[in-house]
Design a protein around this ligand. Sequence first.
Ligand code: SAM
Length: 349
Amino acid sequence: MLDRFQRKITRLRISVTDLCNLYCVYCKPPQGVHQMPRKEILSFEEIAFVARCATRLGVRSFRLTGGEPLTRRNIESLIASLSEIPGVEDLAMTTNGVALKQHARAIKDAGLRRINISLDSLGEDRFRRITGGGNVRDVLEGIEAAVDAGFEQTKVNMVVIRGTNDDEIEAFARLTLDRPLEVRFIEYMAFGCRMVEEEKFVSSKEVVERIGRLGNLEVVDVDGKRGGEGKTPGLSGPRVSLRGPAKLYRLEGARGVLGLISPVSQPFCGDCNRLRLTSEGKLRACLLAGGEVDIKSILRSKDHAADVTNGRSNPALEQEIRDVFIKVSHMKPKVHSGRGEPVMCQIGG
Ligand code: SAM
């Protein structure tokens, strides 16, 4: 499936819930979030049906996000059913890690291959303030549990905000010295009516300069190789390229790697190969730009609903869903506006 700019769409991000157990200051809109009635959220059977149609168009990589995906009851069963779909080469999750200690082993056993954990401070008080009451120890234990469970990749994502957590850049970088983690620094983006004041923005360029002062920084190339040989920890496995938009570095002697994600200073739209399925069943072209089609109403139409629920083949419906994918892929803008109108926690970052 190619979009209008010849980008090959191979990835789908699936938001499995709009609920979250944290209330991060930079993520939730100041006016609060309108919670979706439960019946509006796609069922696991509906998600799996859409995923099966997507694989027929060449989508190979799926990422579960939210809201907080680990708040969705029995998420392991969705992971298991997605991992069994022929053509699925990569299955990943983005989580805040709060409940990861309890779930790491089960979601790995169910077929999850990679995990990204969002963490914006290592300090107890600061973490509590940023997240509206979270306990950083839960997340740190979740990270250890993920490393122990042996995912192909375990990444830690930090959104860098000046005056909030930028004094922890070096401490986050040091987490890679003795752990096989990929620690990624993400530029703060404007969302909804939440502006990013210029003084709060920290560019990836500045982050690299600062971590460069900790020791020799070597560039790790986009295929995950270092100096033309050897792979970054855990980059074996699926044939689909696992490299996301991060530029990678390694501190000399470190077990893990550092990633820089620069949606603001260097938008990576030219390489964008993904679509997004929202928790209430809209297929979206882009995180930041408009363009979406309601898939749920098609799945729930009276002619189709029983087949979807029972996982039965329905060629006419499958064709209809594939047509929606093609339509939405053609809505992908060449470059996004750099500013999201919608709410991050509802689409899934
Ligand atoms: N609850 C999960 C989590 O915390 O990872 C998944 C959803 S959360 C919306 C996904 C990611 O979006 C998190 O890593 C979060 O830090 C990031 N995010 C939210 N608002 C952001 C913003 N304004 N700029 C950059 N990243 C943001």
